[in-house]
Ligand binder design. Structure first.
Ligand code: FES
Length: 513
């Protein structure tokens, strides 16, 4: 990783998500004893909350557990586009899996969009839901062919969309492909209402309650890190990285990516659509309206594998430069980042976590499209649990296997893991903890061994062993988020070593100075 650089003058000093800042969120107690339930849902993001709501609506006794607080994962750090236009994917899906599966993928995501729309209408949810067309644009001659192939795929799959030569995003383009009648919203205003409806239906929520393991002998028993047990009939893992592996080897079948979003105010007028570039570097653009009536432009991009890549502040600076050139910036009040999981074949894993644990379900691997796929997951999980037929069960089953592209991607990913495992061990470190300024973090040498140190703004040192507790790779400093990130399978840890993202379940060892 590069040396830490100073944050640009106008940039918020610490990450701040507009969604989390602009909504008041109820808090819920920690679990303090043993209880029973019919279903335990793990994870307080869009798929967990929607699953819990749908299952409680069916009359089931449902408990929702969240390790931190609701919405604090990827759901609180999304761009919140509700669209089945998941980048240029449909031609690829047809090539890899055939027309029927590509069509099922589209339909499940379109149904998720319609579900969100209907739910908002039915409960009169004030969440700034607006229908807009979604565009993927290019300014590169070589990528036009890919857009044309995608257009052919849209035609084959009867998706409403076409190629256009102009968009109202003020960037140079040669062509774009539009998918009509997609939408955007404030995801937390929407989910806040689902939480209320869940509670009204008899559901229970426990925050700051981490699942340590799921025992599954005669019936599932969820065990928390405090040793409390919840005996139940079904467990649904919507915790981003699955809360148990169940011999599913999810850490080897997914990789983690981080991406960045900035929120800027500018004088430019609202945009009619939502936009994504097909060219590198990727840029995702949508707008939202602040309570003051001002327009906030959300610009996302700069994805990279977690724990790998340049100094993370450089990613925000690249988005800032794009915002400046494209819109001009009056104010730059928000910046945040998100973690996404990508499966071997780019289709999420939704269904039984493994054949040996038939009452434990998982939903994960949404790439960057969790608003629709997270909702589609909740509908499918509800159907699996109540025994209702669902047309998308086979498409999403985690036990599927495709020789192509799975094997190729699997080998590529695991060679990359081996490379980082070895290179981290060989690194020679000269920096010492005493060299760190306030609010600076770095890999340092402590008694001749590699360690991670962060000196906080008050001057207190926080030092951890940089060996990841998952499988022993060496974590790297993430200056943008003040965290320790693992380049192998994407685990993330706080400055004191607490687990922020799995697959690791145990904290980094603290080193007392
Ligand atoms: Fe697997 Fe760190 S996440 S070794």
């Amino acid at each position: 990783m590069e040396k830490e650089t100073l944050i640009s003058k106008d940039m918020p000093h610490l990450p701040k998500s507009y969604w989390l800042e602009s909504v008041s969120i109820d808090s819920f107690p920690k679990l303090t004893g043993d209880i029973e339930a019919e279903v335990v849902v793990v994870g307080g993001g869009i798929s967990g909350i929607t699953s819990a709501y749908l299952l409680a609506k069916e009359g089931l006794n449902v408990v929702l557990l969240e390790a931190g607080y609701l919405f604090n994962g990827t759901t609180g750090h999304t761009t919140a586009k509700i669209t089945a236009q998941h980048d240029l994917i449909y031609d690829e899906l047809i090539q890899n899996f055939g027309k029927e599966k590509a069509q099922l993928y589209y339909k499940s995501n379109d149904e998720a969009l319609q579900f969100i729309k209907q739910t908002i209408k039915q409960h009169d949810i004030q969440c700034n839901f607006i229908e807009k067309d979604a565009y993927i644009y290019t300014n590169s001659e070589t990528i036009i062919k890919r857009l044309e192939n995608e257009q052919n795929a849209y035609d084959k799959l009867e998706i409403h969309g076409n190629m256009v030569s102009q968009i109202d995003l003020p960037v140079p383009i040669k062509a774009a492909i539009v998918m009509q009648n997609q939408a955007q919203f404030h995801p937390l205003e929407y989910l806040k209402k689902l939480v209320q409806l869940f509670i009204q239906a008899g559901g229970h929520i426990y925050e700051h309650t981490t699942v340590e393991t799921v025992e599954d002998d005669t019936q599932p028993v969820v065990v928390t890190s405090d040793g409390h047990k919840i005996t139940c009939k079904h467990v649904v893992s919507c915790s981003h990285f699955p809360c148990m592996d169940g011999m599913g080897f999810y850490f080897a079948r997914m990789h983690a990516e981080r991406s960045y979003v900035i929120g800027v105010k500018s004088k430019s007028s609202d945009l009619n659509g939502m936009y994504l570039s097909a060219d590198d570097p990727k840029r995702s653009v949508r707008t939202t309206t602040l309570s003051s009536g001002d327009n906030l432009i959300l610009i996302g991009g700069e994805s990279h594998k977690t724990g790998q890549g340049i100094c993370t502040i450089k990613h925000y600076e690249a988005l800032q430069a794009f915002a400046h050139t494209t819109f001009g910036i009056q104010e730059f009040p928000y910046r945040w980042s998100a973690q996404d999981l990508v499966t071997l074949d780019k289709i999420p894993y939704i269904g039984q976590i493994s054949s040996v644990t038939p009452n434990v379900y998982v939903a994960t691997g949404y790439r960057k499209w969790g608003m629709t796929t997270g909702t589609a997951a909740a509908i499918l999980l509800r159907d699996l649990i109540i025994g209702k037929e669902n047309a998308y069960q086979d498409l999403y089953t985690p036990s599927r296997f495709h020789a192509f592209p799975d094997v190729k991607t699997f080998i590529y990913q695991n060679v990359d893991v081996a490379k980082h495992l070895i290179s981290g061990k060989l690194e020679i470190v000269h920096k010492l903890p005493k060299d760190l300024a306030n609010d600076e973090g770095a890999v340092v040498s402590v008694n001749g061994k590699r360690a991670g140190a962060y000196r906080d703004e008050q001057g207190t040192l926080h030092v951890v062993d940089t060996t990841c507790t998952h499988m022993g790779c060496e974590v790297e400093w993430n200056v943008g988020d003040r965290s320790w990130d693992c380049p192998c399978h994407g685990s993330r840890f706080s400055i004191d070593g607490d687990v922020l993202e799995g697959p690791a379940t145990k904290p980094l060892k603290q080193i007392i100075q």
